[in-house]
Design a protein around this ligand. Structure first.
Ligand code: NDP
Length: 315
């Protein structure tokens, strides 16, 4: 049978390119989990995705109710779940004030980390129940959360501190819009959320890989300088960023190639190792990359897991 893969945020950028690559392979039914149904439908059509190989389901990660509703709809569909890809993200580098999810969490961490955390936890049983040869949970990471890299050292750097803001609920009261309890900074909030993504992948691996046999993985697909992720940046930045990445840092990757990389992590029979953060070298060969000290701090991973459980109502 075809594999069933859920891809969050499949209405643009990396998610759409991945959905397209998987749908075109003919081996996958892609469930595009998107907050804007019409946008997703239009995107799939204009990308020329074969319509027998995708389904669109509504998911707004900025609302825990919507996450639960998505899980419920998916379970009632009776489809097995073979691979879950947590890809969607918001990035608000120029926001001077925080915005909040329906549950009152600062938006970047609320969507990128907490929404996905609840989704992945609620769908874990479905992944476990699937009879597919290789079941996978993939959480898209980023170099920007990795302070052991050049890109990860551009200020403001990711830093979760002692997690006091997360413990206080990330809700803007008692200086808790940021995980470390510091002042709101949209670019840092995004990077912090990506550190959480990479930590959660490892914590899932530690807790469930041995018993469930599921592959847990993260990746940095390269700098896809053309995606909507930079839509909130100033125009000059948006104009200069793609050529800068192409010619100066040489980290640039097209949406299509990045989509092929993520599709590879979904379906390549040789990429079954769990607990791994994949990257690609200049010849586009995948390799296991090192995470920064904070993004591989297992004690921090356990704490983020426990605090996040409380915030999303799992504990
Ligand atoms: P895009 O902005 O193009 O795509 C983000 C997707 O997330 C969109 O489909 C968007 O939906 C969706 N989304 C945003 N908020 C929500 C929400 N509340 N509920 C559901 N979906 C939501 O960015 P990219 O494709 O670049 O980003 C995809 C992933 O790649 C992210 O995890 C990002 O961190 C990662 N990444 C990107 C890099 C890059 O250089 N671009 C580099 C490294 C990692 P909508 O279409 O409705 O806006």
């Amino acid at each position: 049978r075809k594999g069933n893969v859920v891809v969050t945020g499949a209405s643009s950028g990396l998610g759409l390119a991945t959905a397209k690559a998987l749908a075109e392979s003919g081996k996958w039914n892609v469930i595009m989990a998107c907050r804007d149904f019409l946008k997703a439908e239009k995107a799939a059509k204009s990308a020329g995705m074969p319509k027998e190989n995708y389904t669109i389901m509504h998911l707004d990660l900025a609302s825990l109710d919507s996450v639960r509703q998505f899980v419920d709809t998916f379970k009632r569909s009776g489809m097995p779940l073979d691979v879950l890809v947590c890809n969607a993200a918001v990035y608000q580098p120029t926001a001077s004030e925080p915005s909040y999810t329906a549950n009152g969490f600062e938006m970047s961490v609320g969507v990128n980390h907490l929404g996905h955390f609840l989704l992945a936890r609620e769908l874990l049983d479905n992944l476990n129940a699937s009879d597919y040869p290789s079941r996978r949970l993939i959480i898209v990471g980023s170099i920007t959360g990795n302070t052991n890299t050049l890109a990860g050292n551009v200020p403001p750097k990711a830093n979760l501190g002692d997690l006091r803001g997360l413990a206080a609920g990330l809700n803007g009261t008692s200086s808790s819009t940021m995980i470390d309890g510091g002042r709101f900074d949209g670019a840092k909030a995004y990077k912090d959320s990506k550190v959480c993504n990479m930590l959660m992948m490892q914590e899932f691996h530690r807790r469930y890989h041995e018993d469930f046999g599921i592959t847990f993985a993260s990746l940095y697909p390269g700098c896809i300088a053309t995606t909507g992720l930079f839509r909130e940046h100033i125009p000059l930045f948006r104009a200069l960023f793609p050529p800068f990445q192409k010619y100066i840092t040489k980290g640039y990757v097209s949406e299509e190639d990045a989509g092929r990389r993520l599709a590879q992590v979904v379906s390549d029979p040789s990429l079954t190792k769990s607990g791994v953060y994949w990257s690609w070298n200049k010849n586009s060969a995948s390799f296991e990359n090192q995470l920064s000290e904070e993004a591989s701090d297992l004690e921090k991973a356990r704490k983020v897991w426990e605090l996040s459980e409380k915030l999303v109502g799992l504990a």
